[in-house]
Design a protein around this ligand. Structure first.
Ligand SMILES: NC(=O)c1ccc[n+]([C@@H]2O[C@H](COP(=O)([O-])OP(=O)(O)OC[C@H]3O[C@@H](n4cnc5c(N)ncnc54)[C@H](OP(=O)(O)O)[C@@H]3O)[C@@H](O)[C@H]2O)c1
Length: 240
């Protein structure tokens, strides 16, 4: 294993993950990204694996920690398929839980031994404002709410090892995921946009700014917290 310390970012080639990768890379920091498809424009180490698949996920994580020292982890990969209560299917339920939660648990377990050994580490779990409630998106909301429980519990378990664990919960951000779930002209897009007190969607870079801070040395006494970056939508009375 090399002596260089890496930041591992799941779901790294697009959207929020990519905005963070570009920021860290521009500062000369080393990153390992994971995505399903190869991306020639990715600036550092990119591993391709479907993180919703338990075997592919564990194989990829095992090979990453064999080769690289990871002291910062951003559990960013996620998946949402809007499903009203009556439309929830076991397969979709499983995919949402696997991609948002099981991938987070496996990645955190994989990197923790090295962080503990180094007595330093940063873990940032990317949740969503939806954890407060999402009409028609209860499975996603439940998965993101569960992240808060994991975050607070792991923060307690890892505090004496110098490892902080926090959640960043974005509101609506213009990314492929948002476009897929809320296509132009859809009712959900209109309602979501109207409900943001700041009157606009967030940009991936605005979420990357907060993650970058939580990863930094300056955030060394912040642990177990859920930080919203949402244009005020987490304090609005309107939840969609
Ligand atoms: N956008 C929003 O409005 C919003 C709001 C709140 C929270 N979030 C959360 O923020 C996180 C990032 O979302 P985003 O909007 O930035 O997503 P995005 O723009 O759609 O990008 C997703 C990234 O993850 C990769 N990916 C997707 N599924 C994967 C899988 N099964 N295995 C490995 N890689 C996978 C994608 O690459 P490949 O397609 O090549 O796999 C891509 O690099 C998610 O956890 C999401 O729930 C987003």
């Amino acid at each position: 294993m090399s002596n260089i310390e890496f930041t591992l970012i799941t779901g790294a080639t697009k959207g929020i993950g990519r905005a963070l990768v570009d920021r860290l890379h521009q500062r000369g920091e080393r990153v390992i990204g994971v995505s399903r498809s190869h991306d020639d424009s990715f600036p550092d180490v990119l591993i391709t694996a479907d993180l919703s698949d338990p075997i592919a996920r564990r194989d990829a994580l095992a090979s990453i920690v064999r080769e690289y020292g990871v002291t910062r982890l951003v559990n960013n990969v996620g998946f949402n398929q809007m499903q009203a209560l009556e439309n929830i299917t076991p397969a979709m339920y499983q995919k949402v839980m696997d991609t948002n939660l099981a991938a987070m648990v496996d990645a955190t377990q994989a990197v923790c031994p090295h962080m503990r050994q180094r007595k330093q580490g940063r873990i940032v779990n990317i949740a969503s404002r939806s954890l407060l409630g999402r009409k028609g998106g209860s499975v996603y909301a439940a998965a993101k709410a569960a992240m808060v429980g994991f975050t607070r519990s792991w923060a307690l378990e890892l505090a004496r090892d110098g490892i902080t664990v926090n959640c960043v919960a974005p509101g609506p951000v213009s990314t492929d995921m948002f476009e897929r779930n809320n296509p132009p002209g859809s009712e959900s897009r209109q309602l979501l946009t109207q409900s943001i007190p700041m009157g606009r969607m967030g940009k991936p870079e605005e979420v990357a700014d907060l993650i970058d801070y939580v990863l930094s040395d300056g955030a060394s006494f912040i642990t177990g917290q859920t930080l919203f970056v949402c244009g005020g939508s987490s304090i609005s009375q309107q939840h969609f």
